[in-house]
Design a protein around this ligand. Sequence first.
Ligand SMILES: [Zn+2]
Length: 192
Amino acid sequence: MEPIAAEACPPSLCESSDLILSFVNTRDVDSGPPGPPGNRAGLAEWLARVGRPDRDLVVTNADTVAADELRSTFVTIFRAHAGCADSDTSVSEAEAYLHRIAERYPLTAKISSDGCTLVPAQTGVPGAFGALFAAAADLAGRGGWSRLKVCKNPTCHTGFFDKTRNSSGLYCSTACGSQMSMRAYRSRRKNG
Ligand SMILES: [Zn+2]
């Protein structure tokens, strides 16, 4: 698989990763750590942000539960991508969950002379969740799926797209990276 250079993030690849990250990084409050959409307003706000403000969009409690489950499933997988899986079981449970619920969000192939993209077969909230599956398929097809990670800084938890040449990034930002190496340095001095 061709590596993705830091400077070359094809627009559609960015679009797919941005969509998933905007969902994973939904925050309850501006300054707090990323949290599940958690409430109807939070989910509606995400839906509006990703350009799915259907006029008669009704966000139900079941939708917010589904959003929370889907989000924590993605987080489990992206933690594993960063090499900090909680356990093999949690990853296989996350995979089984995604296999199971994918049926709820069918995709259709949209073929043009330029190529083919998968698009959600539904509108509204199921369509928005379907768009996440389509984005995952797009990323996986082009070697970008395993680059979606959750920051290894235990106080951060931000999802990010790893643009390093060899896919070795562990932190969402240089700030988190230096915070963690400073912490490792201090603990080495303390123990050394
Ligand atoms: Zn971070």
